[in-house]
Design a protein around this ligand. Structure first.
Ligand SMILES: Nc1nc2c(ncn2[C@@H]2O[C@H](COP(=O)(O)OP(=O)(O)OP(=O)(O)O)[C@@H](O)[C@H]2O)c(=O)[nH]1
Ligand SMILES: [Mg+2]
Length: 350
């Protein structure tokens, strides 16, 4: 499967990251380009579409959020499959889902996103176009729509059941009276590496985005306290609200935690660091987790020039004077003990 990637100008500073997102699913990238203006009907300009038609790729990936009508118009114009950034993120999630619950959440999110597309497609299907788009081939769009609606209801029920099970588990943990410490952060910041460094477990880590989709909890004993440490799904910029809501099941852990450990990859360019901190804060705010005690962990210090005090200072300044900020390296085990000590102090203060 060979793909061609279109990246909107607003992401031109994060080109490599956006391409990394694509590469988690599509290894064979024929080429990419950054586009500026937007056509409200087809997203891409007529000239661009003409040019793209000549190229030999199987799928067009647009790293932006398209309106249903734009997506469908593009499929008709390019005559090949088109995937936008939301559908791509959902595809990544689907391939990494490690539990029935995660898979359910993703399927639900995908349905929520594709139902309006199918509705839009019904209009065109009546004209005999769009044969097979979104997998509707065998049914015809109207039947397909009803089928998806039914599926959605079934998934919702199953998901609700699983949520209840999760709730029971959490309650059982709560009944132990142990505080909950949850690690959050941008995807690839090193959440699982930190979880492993503290628990001495070997949960999978990796350079590609969204390695972890099923959060894990583990009991940690430190001095005279015990707490439950929880790993989570990573943040990403412009995460669509539908996905946030679908991941509420896992983000609930964050909302109900006693302490948040917010981990940041400081080996990235400065503008990315700043943007990731603010993306993280925005998501925490959206899920209603603002105002909780936070420890900021600046990870991967082994990758930056030793004693790069200015960088650390600049980041700390951005984070805010009253916050606890600790530079660490999860893979080299630097300052993990210091972090544990800070967690200990914060928990004792409660
Ligand atoms: N050099 C260096 N690399 C690190 C450090 N911590 C993590 N990494 C690397 O960063 C990558 C991502 O680490 P993960 O622990 O999987 O990150 P994550 O935040 O759990 O990522 P997702 O689950 O995909 O959201 C891996 O390749 C790790 O080996 C560190 O302190 N130094
Ligand atoms: Mg992880």
């Amino acid at each position: 499967m060979r793909v061609y990637v279109v990246i909107p100008k607003k992401y031109s500073r994060f080109l490599e990251e956006e391409l990394a997102l694509v590469r988690t699913i599509y290894r064979d990238i024929l080429g990419y380009e950054v586009v500026g203006g937007r056509n409200h009907k087809t997203y891409l300009s007529t000239e661009k579409i003409k040019k793209l038609r000549e190229l030999h790729f199987d799928k067009l990936i647009i790293m932006d959020r398209l309106k249903p009508s734009q997506l469908i118009n593009l499929v008709r114009e390019i005559r090949r499959e088109v995937v936008d950034r939301v559908l791509l993120i959902l595809e990544i999630f689907a391939t990494h889902a490690g539990s029935r619950e995660a898979l359910l959440q993703i399927e639900l999110a995908k349905l929520k996103y594709t139902l309006p597309l199918v509705k839009e497609a019904i209009r065109y299907a009546k004209l005999g176009e769009l044969h097979g788009f979104l997998g509707a081939g065998r049914y015809g769009y109207e039947k397909y729509y009803l089928l998806l609606k039914k599926k959605e209801a079934r998934l919702r029920r199953e998901s609700e059941n699983l949520r209840v099970v999760r709730e029971v588990h959490r309650k059982a943990r709560r009944d132990l009276g142990l505080p909950h410490v949850v690690i959050v952060g941008y995807t690839c910041a090193g959440k699982t590496s930190l979880f492993n460094a503290i628990t001495r477990l070997m949960r999978p880590v990796g350079p590609e985005p969204f390695t972890t989709l099923t959060p894990k909890a583990f009991r940690v004993n430190y001095k005279d306290v015990s707490f439950i440490l929880i790993d989570t799904v990573g943040f990403i910029r412009d995460i669509p609200p539908e996905i946030i809501e679908s991941f509420y099941a896992t983000l609930e852990e964050v909302v109900e935690s006693d302490l948040i450990v917010n981990i940041i990859d400081i080996s990235k360019p400065f503008h990315s660091i700043i943007e990731e901190i603010s993306t993280g804060r925005e998501i925490l705010r959206r899920i209603g987790a603002q105002g909780k005690p936070v420890i900021y962990v600046l990870n991967k210090i082994d990758k930056i020039a030793f004693n790069n005090a200015t960088l650390l200072e600049e980041i700390s300044k951005y984070i805010g004077d009253n916050e606890v900020v600790i530079p660490v390296s999860c893979t080299k085990g630097i300052n993990i003990d210091l972090l544990l000590e800070k967690i200990y102090m914060k928990l004792n203060k409660r």
